[in-house]
Design a protein around this ligand. Structure first.
Ligand SMILES: Cc1cc2nc3c(=O)[nH]c(=O)nc-3n(C[C@H](O)[C@H](O)[C@H](O)COP(=O)(O)OP(=O)(O)OC[C@H]3O[C@@H](n4cnc5c(N)ncnc54)[C@H](O)[C@@H]3O)c2cc1C
Length: 460
């Protein structure tokens, strides 16, 4: 069969979790399916290959999940992080269908493991993939291949041709045309297109690091919006965290995170503090520091700790800069030595005696300091001193395509008759702002499955 001319039943754009779930469902329904992944084979799997877990509703223990995580509790958790910016129908659908998704994932090759005990207490809410997202992606590629799905790598889709409310063909960057009866768009967000990010965010975005794949550049999203598809989400909203400033521009993944902030003093390029480092436990504040650092000059910050804080947080992938004096450390970090020493002196003078409890809010706060540090405020006085550079790391963008509860893409003139979307490209309906750990994979799995079923039903 030649890819180029055969009218496929279902074409899938993308090669991450949502695309693979759609491909598997469509193939199981009997459709002839082609999956087009922009990345080369060894880089396949998009941001999904960086993931570790998915969030799952369940009544009673399910696989590795303990106890019960009911729909209303899950939905309340979502409302808290999004501040209510969600589509209740789509959100509840994703939540409800997650319970059936877990055994489906296991049947299609995904293996789970219990979450780590300790700082991450997610054993009730989040199922962790054994071997991480890469193992999940590899398992799905194997399953899809066994089901007869044709997989094309280095196959970047440049244009989705829509005419009279229906999709007609795909055009690859190479110029090749692919014709299919139905299409599922699962090509992620646009965060790897730094120019687009800079248009939405301003020039500061050029200093952002992208935590995931360089292939999620939003070509398909832009093309669909240009052709009248309805958008959801705010182009200026993205999920960003503070990561190690030495991380690569793209694809640093999960290991570049830094958890030292609550035990540190964080200064900007000018050696000045700018936010309460001890506001809350780190899992609750992790996500706000991306934006805080993004708002600083040159979009950079520096977390400084002393010997007492080593070992209180998750080990870092790169060792810190270290020195016996703050002045020497400042030199290594590119900061003004006198300014850093003055900032740390002022902070130390504002620290008060009291009990220090690293794993809970201990109320050990500074006095008379602006901004204050409201927990874990111990003097930074014990050499060697250590410093980490922080940069904003973008996880994904929120602007996307509006879909129905059957994952069908909407235009100003109603639904496009044979176009479905799943995963990050439509997640903005459900995640209007903020983020709930593990929900990205839930959205991709649930809507990927629906999109695959619907596209196959339309084509057959
Ligand atoms: C470091 C990191 C850790 C994360 N951890 C978690 C976690 O533990 N749990 C969780 O739920 N979420 C996590 N997320 C978010 C999660 O990765 C996403 O929500 C999820 O992977 C989205 O799946 P997707 O299939 O929509 O997109 P992706 O997996 O990103 O797939 C998009 C695919 O589209 C392809 N593509 C892009 N453009 C084109 C084009 N023009 N033509 C053809 N193909 C194209 C890409 O190559 C890629 O294969 C994490 C993200 C990152 C970056």
């Amino acid at each position: 069969m030649t890819d180029g001319n055969a009218p496929w039943d279902v074409a899938i754009v993308g090669g991450g979790n949502a695309a693979l779930c759609a491909a598997i469902e469509a193939a199981e329904a009997g459709a002839r399916v082609i999956l087009l992944e922009a990345a080369p084979e060894h880089m396949r799997g998009g941001n999904s290959r960086h993931t570790r877990n998915f969030r799952c509703m369940h009544h009673g223990p399910l696989s590795v999940l303990t106890d019960t995580y009911a729909e209303d509790e899950y939905y309340d958790d979502l409302l808290r992080v999004t501040g209510g910016k969600t589509d209740p129908e789509l959100a509840r659908l994703a939540i409800r269908e997650s319970e059936a998704a877990l055994p489906w994932m296991e049947r299609h090759g995904v293996r789970f493991q219990p979450s780590l005990s300790g700082t991450l207490s997610l054993g009730r809410t989040n199922a962790f993939f054994l071997g991480g997202g890469k193992a999940l992606v590899n398992a799905y590629y194997a399953t899809a291949t066994d089901l007869g799905v044709t997989i094309r790598y280095n196959a970047k889709v440049a244009h989705v041709h829509v005419e009279s409310g229906a999709f007609r063909w795909l055009e690859l960057e190479s110029g090749e045309r692919i014709t299919a009866r139905a299409v599922v768009l699962a090509s992620g967000g646009f965060q790897a297109d730094i120019d687009w990010l800079a248009r939405a965010w301003g020039p500061a975005a050029r200093n952002f690091l992208i935590r995931g794949t360089p292939w999620n550049r939003g070509e398909v999203l832009r093309d669909m919006l240009d052709q009248g598809a309805e958008s959801v989400g705010d182009p200026t909203q993205c999920h960003a965290v503070a990561i190690d400033g030495r991380a690569p521009k793209f694809d640093g993944g999960i290991v570049t995170r830094l958890d030292c902030v609550p035990f540190s003093v964080v200064v900007n390029r000018d050696g000045a503090r700018f936010h309460d480092e001890g506001e809350d436990v780190w899992p609750k504040r992790y996500a706000i520091w991306g934006r805080l650092v993004a708002a600083q000059p040159d979009q950079v910050a520096f977390a400084v700790i002393d010997a007492k804080a080593r070992g209180l947080f998750m080990p870092t992938v790169f060792p810190p800069e270290s020195a016996d004096t703050l002045e020497e450390l400042a030199g290594k970090l590119g900061l003004d030595p006198a300014q850093l020493a003055a900032t740390v002196d002022a902070y130390n003078a504002a620290c008060r005696p009291g009990a220090f409890h690293p794993t809970e809010l201990d109320g050990l706060a500074t006095e008379g300091l602006e901004p204050p540090k409201t927990n874990w405020a111990r003097p930074i006085d014990t050499p060697p001193f250590h410093g980490y550079t922080l940069r904003p790391g973008v996880t994904f963008t929120y602007l996307g395509l509006r879909v129905s509860a059957r994952a069908q893409v909407q235009s100003g003139h109603g639904p496009l008759s044979n176009v479905w979307a799943a995963g990050e490209i439509m997640a903005g309906s459900i995640l209007g702002q903020g983020y709930l750990a593990g929900f990205g994979m839930t959205i991709g799995t649930v809507f990927g499955r629906i999109a695959g079923q619907e596209a196959a039903a339309h084509a057959l």
